[in-house]
Design a protein around this ligand. Structure first.
Ligand code: ADP
Ligand code: ZN
Ligand code: ZN
Length: 740
């Protein structure tokens, strides 16, 4: 007998549609198929985890061609409707398969074949309590007596592991249970509601107070506010008070705080914990699977009020979302770089709309997208112009190194400045955006340069590991003892990375600690925090590091910042390079002089007259924005135009470009109005890991035109089965950040 209905299921396969299945044999009732339940379904020869999106009565294929669901994993919809709604939006906007979006929205343990019961049991512990009225006087064994008395003394119960830790056995517990003196229950620990007793919470400055009032004063419902506050203006303190205000007014409200990388800024998370205690949880990929599952459930059950998370936190199943803060909103780590390439900042606005709650975007260097939106009146705009300490922003000096020798990457005038700061027992930060000892190893006799065999890239010399590393594919090579081309022994490291600068500074300043912070020196979660300890303690020291140092750190005693290699960003073919370089330089400079004494910043450059550096010297971020926006408008680049790109790769450049041409030819046959199409052309780094990369760029003045066009074209791609070389892969990236 045919089933009266079929079930639509989003399955994690790269096709942009849901699939029909017959109900599970033993569960013929439509009520069993509510949207948001996970289930196991056959897909070809495999079994995958899919998510039910609904039932209907008109399958596209006859029922005898449909297969039944293998098993429903959740007794209730685990994925709430707000996450389904957001996933649907992502799927439409980024043209990504709904099933893939949904599976990635789940914590890793829920992507597996595990029933809801198993998952929730894995997070609970066994709690033992004495039976009311139980009396130990009748018990014979001394141990049993003591155990029962222990339980009687803890009426709220004691967890089994705690009991075992105190020297008792499960046999003794079972014995008490069989005599009905004690009983056990499965419970999950729940965070306490009590706010911690905060010793000191700073009184907001007048400017902070005004900003807070503006944020509080926005109309109810969905609004977006851009909070532009110079480095050290106390944005975080404003967020904290704003959150406190929200949850004091409505205790069930939950606030999401998105930050770029939690591991890099342990300090930020700590400040939230100090203020909100157990009501704060974090969510990020460095957490283990059960920690992530636990947070996911706590958020869904409304047990926590504040979630501090990296980009994937935007997909959490909030029970009652009351606001979203995106801190350092300009940071490119909010953009997902594979699968559904969503931008968490942009999704924050969509969630705000869906939940009718306010969204705050904060930064000292807002993205040009957000500044443009604020300028056009789409966002409220709030500004913090001065530092909390009312110390002026640091003075920025441009050091011309055109005809100056560098040692360890450092020019004599900068060495002099570092030296006087160290004599004054201050802290100095040296920023060099390159890890390793030297970016190039060259044969002095014949000019040979070490290159990666799988990539178009030079190898970086890592002295500590005595190896050459490719920073694109991470492949390691042994350091050659002689030149492979002329056998000369005269191989020389050229240029400097963090290791070399560290070594040089150690020689120059043997009496102060030199702390190196980069991806090689920071291996695990805790080590950054530990390395930063002497810096926070305020002793005089030298910090050498990469852009890891630019992110949100607050080092009270740092007086001097030296930037060794700013020039790379001045002449790049990336249309965002000026924006990115400006953000980086301003953020790095912003680490200096955050307390009483004004800071000093020195930027080494061959091009001191370069307009970007001139603006930076004046702290004129708006000037950079204005001149760049004029260029973006002229060049039809975002945010003036909306953009998408297709990335293709194959095992030869010819295959890549030919295949991309076929995609483009099909685009030409779309009847929709065509946005402007550029390419295909080879990527900036053509060869990576033996694959050859190419691009097609698409632009349109009207976002919805581009979207309709892409939808139409993707539909044709799915129907027309173009003949493309087997090794060719391609992806679509809507609103790309990396465009080369
Ligand atoms: P931002 O995020 O804007 O760079 P932070 O919020 O990190 O700035 O503030 C910088 C430092 O100033 C922090 O150590 C913070 O605790 C401190 N601070 C912020 N506001 C105040 C205030 N009103 N009074 C005293 N200290 C403050
Ligand atoms: Zn040679
Ligand atoms: Zn490589």
């Amino acid at each position: 007998m045919p089933s009266p209905f079929v079930v639509s299921i989003a399955v994690p396969v790269p096709l942009r549609k849901t699939f029909d299945y017959l109900p599970e044999m033993s569960l013929p009732d439509p009520e069993h198929y509510t949207p948001g339940k996970r289930c196991k379904v056959p897909v070809g020869q495999r079994t995958l985890i899919g998510v039910i999106t609904g039932i209907h009565h008109s399958p596209q294929v006859p029922q005898d061609k449909l297969r039944p669901i293998k098993q429903i994993l959740d007794p209730h919809p685990t994925i709430p409707s707000n996450v389904l709604q957001l996933a649907q939006w992502i799927s439409d906007y980024y043209h990504a398969p709904l099933g893939e979006v949904l599976i990635n929205a789940l914590p890793p343990l829920m992507r597996q074949d595990r029933s809801w019961e198993k998952l929730s049991n894995s997070l609970s512990t066994i709690l033992w309590q004495a039976t009311p009225g139980a009396d130990s006087t009748g018990l014979r064994g001394a141990k049993q007596k003591a155990l029962l008395e222990l339980l009687i003394g803890m009426p709220e119960g004691l967890s089994q592991p705690d009991i075992i830790n105190q020297g008792y056995t499960t046999a003794q517990l079972r014995a008490l249970e069989s005599k009905q003196f004690a009983h056990s229950t499965q419970v999950r620990s729940r965070p306490g509601k009590e706010a911690p007793v905060t010793s000191s919470k700073p009184t907001l400055t007048t400017e902070q107070q005004q900003a807070l009032q503006q944020l509080i004063g926005v109309s109810p419902g969905f609004t977006t506010t851009l909070l532009e506050g110079v480095t050290g203006s106390g944005k975080t303190e404003v967020y904290l008070d704003w959150i406190e205000h929200r949850i004091n007014n409505n205790a069930s409200e939950q606030i999401l705080v998105l930050i770029p990388e939690i591991a890099l800024t342990p300090q930020t998370l700590r400040r939230f914990k100090v203020r909100f205690g157990e009501q704060v949880v974090s969510y990020h990929s460095a957490m283990n699977d059960s920690e992530r599952l636990l947070t996911w459930i706590q958020v869904k059950e409304g047990e926590v009020s504040v979630v501090v998370a990296t980009r994937s936190g935007i997909l959490l199943p909030f029970k009652s979302l009351g606001g979203v803060i995106v801190d350092e909103e300009h940071d490119s780590s909010f953009k997902q770089q594979d699968g559904a390439r969503y931008h968490a900042r942009d999704l924050a606005l969509i969630r705000g709309q869906h939940s009718q709650c306010p969204v705050i975007l904060g930064s000292a260097t807002p993205s040009f997208e957000s500044l443009n939106n604020a300028d056009q009146g789409r966002y409220h705009y709030v500004r913090l112009e001065s530092r909390v300490s009312s110390t002026p922003l640091p003075r920025i000096h441009l050091i011309d190194i055109k005809s100056r020798p560098l040692e360890g990457g450092i020019s004599p005038p900068i060495l002099q400045e570092i030296s006087s700061a160290i004599s004054a027992e201050e802290q100095v930060m040296v920023f060099i955006n390159r890890r390793g000892f030297a970016p190039v190893i060259m044969c002095v006799d014949c000019g040979w340069i070490a290159e990666c065999r799988s990539c178009d890239a030079r190898l970086t010399y890592h002295r500590r590991q005595q190896s050459l590393k490719c920073h694109h594919c991470e492949k390691q090579y042994r350091l050659p003892t002689s030149c492979p081309s002329c056998e000369s022994k005269n191989l020389k490291p050229i240029g400097a990375g963090t290791e070399r600068t560290e070594e040089y500074l150690e020689q120059q300043f043997p009496d102060v600690p030199v702390i190196r912070i980069d991806r090689d020196s920071i291996q695990n979660k805790g080590s950054l925090d530990q390395k930063l300890l002497p810096i926070r303690q305020g002793h005089s020291c030298l910090i050498v590091g990469t852009q890891m140092l630019a992110k949100g750190h607050d080092f009270p005693n740092l007086s001097t910042v030296a930037v060794l290699n700013a020039d790379g960003g001045l002449f790049s073919s990336d249309f965002r390079s000026t924006e990115k370089t400006a953000q980086l330089l301003i953020q790095v400079a912003g680490r200096a002089g955050r307390r009483e004494k004004p800071g000093k910043v020195f930027i080494q450059t061959q091009f001191p007259e370069h307009p970007l550096l001139q603006y930076i010297q004046q702290h004129d971020y708006r000037g950079i924005y204005a001149s760049e926006m004029a260029m973006r408008k002229q060049g039809h680049f975002p945010p003036a135009y909306s953009m998408a790109l297709i990335r293709g790769e194959a095992s030869s450049l010819e295959d890549t470009l030919n295949s991309l041409w076929k995609l483009r030819d099909l685009m030409e046959t779309c009847e929709n109005h065509l946005p402007s199409i550029h390419g295909p052309f080879p990527s900036l780094i053509q060869k990576k890991q033996n694959r050859f990369h190419g691009l097609i760029w698409l632009f349109s003045a009207d976002r919805s035109v581009l979207r309709k066009f892409l939808r139409h074209w993707l539909g044709m791609m799915e129907n027309q089965k173009l003949k493309l070389p087997g090794k060719f892969r391609w992806q679509l990236d809507v609103d790309p950040i990396d465009t080369l």
